[in-house]
Design a protein. Structure first.
Lengths: 237, 180
């Protein structure tokens, strides 16, 4: 909702329009500006820069602001001085160029410098390069040998493990084979021994059988003879 | 005498008092108005593209309006020392009335300064300088109908700006009271 109505605004604007400066102030301002404009009469177009300090009614001293001075452009005397300075610098430069000795042959200078620098510097640089390369190689080899040792150790360990495993397997097989042979030989020997025993028993049987038969026959004969003769004292036997 | 200076002296004779009064109304300070008037004429004298100006009087008025509102804007940014605060120009003799009126006028001028350039110029020419619509139209290169419409719109905008200012200040007062 509007708090200020248009009448009030018009009233304020009317009051503003009634504000008037004092007559003396107006005259003073007009006089001051007229003075300024009249003093500008002597100034050529583009201005001479800074205003001189001068007394003005109501103002103890008046100096144009720096901004205004720059807007008016540089004073002519400064322009002249600048032009003179430029001319002097140009003349000095040209004189210097003309009086200077002829320029050196750059290629020749370069060749001389190259040769003079190359002879003492080359061996030293070469030596230093070699030392540097050797140093780097040693460092690289040291690193490499460590790695190589580790890899070799691992490889040897792996090979040894494989070899031990294979050896164990082979030895086991051989022992088994030998034990089987031994068992077979023992069996064969036992069989042979049994055969011998059997043969011995057979022989013995055959021998004993005959002997026994003979013995029995003789005993029988003996017994037959005893029946015929008196009986011997048994206690002596 | 250079033609530029001659023209400026003629302008000073013809419109110097009006320009000074305009600057006094817009700055509410005679010393500042005098300083700005000096600056205005120096600028007019040194301006390079001034040869194309057909109406010196209108050009000077518009330049004066711009200078005065530029000054108001710069004044808002810096705090004045006590010795720099000058007595405001006013027709009311009562101290309280002077104070109230000067505050209201400063507020109104600040609000005008926040309007668009065309609205600001038209408002100043019409309501502060009391110029006719035809005269303003001639100075601005517009028709009087356009100037009327511009004036009406400018007043509406000015009211909006003043309203928003009042709203802000009342909120600030409430905030201050609440803090106390």
């Amino acid at each position: 909702m509007s708090q200020i109505n248009e009448n009030e605004i018009h009233d304020r604007l009317k009051r503003l329009s009634q504000v008037e400066p004092a007559k003396g102030a107006t005259d003073r301002a007009m006089h001051r500006i007229r003075d300024t404009l009249m003093s500008e009469k002597a100034i050529p177009k583009g201005g001479t820069g800074f205003q001189p300090v001068r007394a003005r009614p109501g103002w103890p001293c008046h100096v144009l602001s720096l901004k205004t001075a720059f807007q008016q452009g540089l004073p002519q005397i400064l322009m002249k001085l600048a032009a003179a300075a430029v001319l002097m610098i140009s003349a000095g430069f040209i004189g210097g160029r003309l009086s200077a000795p002829e320029p050196l042959d750059v290629q020749e200078l370069r060749a001389v410098l190259e040769s003079s620098l190359k002879s003492p510097l080359e061996p030293a640089i070469r030596q230093e390069m070699l030392a540097e390369i050797e140093n780097r190689l040693q460092l690289a080899l040291a690193d490499y040998s460590d790695t190589l040792k580790q890899e070799l150790g691992q490889q040897v360990r792996r090979d040894m493990e494989t070899y031990a495993e294979q050896t164990l397997t082979t030895a086991g097989n051989l022992i088994d084979q030998r034990l089987m042979g031994l068992a077979r030989m023992l069996e064969a020997a036992r069989i042979k021994e049994r055969q011998h025993v059997a043969a011995a028993f057979d022989y013995m049987g055959s021998r004993f059988g005959d002997s026994l038969a003979t013995l029995a026959a003789r005993r029988d004969n003996q017994w037959g003879a005893e029946r015929v003769s008196p009986a011997p004292d048994i206690s002596e036997n | 005498m250079r033609s530029r200076q001659k023209e400026l002296l003629e302008l000073l004779d013809k419109s110097g008092a009006d320009l000074y009064a305009l600057l006094t109304r817009l700055t509410l300070r005679e010393d500042v108005a005098e300083e700005l008037m000096q600056e205005l004429f120096i600028k007019l004298n040194n301006s390079r593209g001034i040869g194309k100006v057909a109406n010196w009087d209108a050009y000077a008025r518009r330049s004066a309006i711009n200078l005065a509102f530029d000054w108001r804007r710069t004044q808002k940014k810096k705090v004045l020392a006590l010795g720099q605060v000058a007595e405001p120009a006013s027709n009311d003799n009562s101290p309280l009335g002077k104070l109230i009126h000067s505050e209201e006028m400063a507020e109104t001028l600040d609000a005008i300064g926040r309007l668009k350039k065309a609205s600001r110029e038209v408002l100043v020419m019409r309501y502060l300088q009391q110029e006719s619509y035809d005269n303003i139209a001639e100075q601005l290169g517009k028709t009087s109908h356009q100037v009327r419409a511009l004036c009406s719109r400018a007043i509406r905008h000015l009211r909006d700006v003043l309203d928003s200012n009042e709203h802000k200040s009342s909120k600030k007062e409430i905030h201050n009271v609440a803090n106390q």
